[in-house]
Design a protein around this ligand. Structure first.
Ligand code: NAD
Length: 427
């Protein structure tokens, strides 16, 4: 059970948190509440395929907690999406939004489908059908979905269009029901790159604290929205990207890759494998195709899982040689792996901190829609940096003061914010 093992990670700070707030009774209550989602919507979606046959797909929207504000969280399309996974991710959204100080709660959604098996028109129809089924539960002051794995601004645009049609309203503020829309459709500048940009800001803050010198050697698993954009920002900052991968495999080059050139090659080949010779230097002794398993076990300074959850488990944790792990995917380490890596002395920058740039800029997108504003990308990134450096400093202070790791310190800060709100909440 993914949720159970993820929840165990936060349970580890319960006693510390009790001693901090001196309110054992209410802390027990809060943990009881956080262990359950507030609403769990399961839908069956009908899709008429282009050959006329109807296929039925399972979909979910799980709303975990809204003490801090409307529910917020992405929608993913994956063939093995399930309730346990979506609940876990919704819980992490509650914690993430609290951690970075947003007036938002946590949710997540998904459809059990491999989008590559659909035509473009079928993908659009299925996305619209999902919105028809969850319409009653979403809205700018209820629940605000966003893109996640295998969803993007085009899909958000279809969804917001369907939502506006059903609501029979022309009120542009309703567009704040979705974030991650295209810029032409009232999306925010910088949203596409925001999660990667946030990862860069957090990593830079971390290496400054530790006085680490560049070039640092980096391996990134996953070359989608998060992995690619982060790679681009890290490359600009002088990190050496020695290994990159996507679902079909990876590439390695000791000289380091330019991610933009790799992306051009990936687009041509529809995969990253075989793109190892695209950064100028091409020496068969230095570069090669590697598997995703090999990538994770490389001897690099920084390992960045940016694909799916459970990339590092009890099976490979002992083989990890990186010194720092920046968790850009949600929940990339199982609970056992987390424990093993901590014992090995590997520093872990947790997902709720590292990948929070996406939800912060989603919040900026909501603000722009609600106040009829348009921010420049510079302003978006400036504001993002303010949120993230403030949060990082607060987490660091807790870590130093209590002598705990960054994940535990992040949980404590998030719990403090939830606890403050909970005290005034009418249950
Ligand atoms: P995406 O669909 O754009 O990209 C996913 C990438 O991972 C693709 O390159 C895919 O080929 C690769 N991949 C899939 N399975 C893999 C495997 N087994 N091994 C190696 N690579 C594999 O998705 P994304 O938006 O980049 O999301 C990636 C992760 O980041 C997810 O865990 C997601 O929940 C998390 N996240 C995303 C955002 C966001 O704003 N998009 C925000 C926070 C967290």
């Amino acid at each position: 059970m993914i949720f159970e093992s993820t929840f165990k990670k936060i349970l580890e700070v319960k006693e510390i948190f009790k001693s901090l707030v001196n309110d054992d009774f209410e802390v027990e209550n809060i943990f009881k509440i956080l262990e359950k989602e507030q609403r769990n919507v399961k839908v069956y979606l009908s899709l008429k395929r282009e050959n006329g046959v109807i296929d039925i797909f399972e979909g979910y929207r799980i709303q975990h907690n809204n003490f801090l504000g409307p529910y917020k969280g992405g929608i993913r399309y994956l063939s093995d999406v399930n309730e346990d996974e979506i609940k876990t991710l919704a819980f992490l959204m509650t914690i993430k939004c609290a951690l970075v100080g947003l007036p938002l709660g946590g949710a997540k959604g998904g459809i059990k489908i491999d989008p590559k098996t659909l035509t473009e028109k079928e993908l659009e129809n299925l996305s619209r059908e999902y919105i028809r089924k969850i319409y009653d539960f979403i809205g700018p002051d209820k629940d605000i979905p966003a893109p996640d794995v295998n969803t993007n601004s085009k899909i958000m645009d279809w969804m917001v269009d369907e939502y506006m049609k059903i609501s029979k309203s022309e009120d542009k503020k309703l567009k704040a029901t979705f974030t991650g829309k295209s810029v032409e459709n009232d999306g925010s500048e910088g949203r596409e790159e925001a999660t990667g940009k946030g990862g860069e800001i957090i990593l830079e803050s971390y290496i400054q604290k530790l006085n680490l010198r560049k070039p640092l050697r980096v391996a990134i698993q996953g070359f989608g929205n998060v992995g690619y954009n982060l790679a681009k920002f890290l490359y600009q900052k002088g990190y050496k990207l020695v290994a990159l991968s996507d679902s079909k495999g990876g590439i390695y080059n000791e000289e380091g890759f330019n991610p933009e050139i790799v992306m051009e090659c990936k687009k041509e080949r529809d995969m990253i494998s075989g793109c190892n010779c695209v950064s100028g230097v091409c020496d068969l002794k230095l570069e090669q195709d590697i598997t995703n398993e090999e990538l994770l076990e490389l001897n690099v300074d920084i390992l960045i899982p940016a694909a799916l959850e459970n990339a590092i488990t009890i099976k490979n944790a002992n083989n990890i040689k990186a010194k720092i792990i920046l968790e850009m995917a949600n929940n990339p380490l199982t609970e056992e792996a987390d424990e093993i890596l901590n014992k090995k002395g590997i520093s872990i920058i947790p997902d709720i901190l590292a990948n929070s740039g996406g939800v912060i800029v989603s919040y900026f997108e909501m603000l722009q829609n609600l106040n009829n504003e348009k921010w420049s990308k510079e302003k978006v990134f400036e504001e993002l940096e303010k949120y993230l450096t403030k949060t990082f400093d607060e987490v660091w202070e807790i870590k130093e003061k209590l002598n705990i790791d960054l994940r535990k310190a992040s949980f404590i800060l998030a719990l403090q914010r939830i606890y403050e709100k909970y005290k005034n909440y009418n249950i």
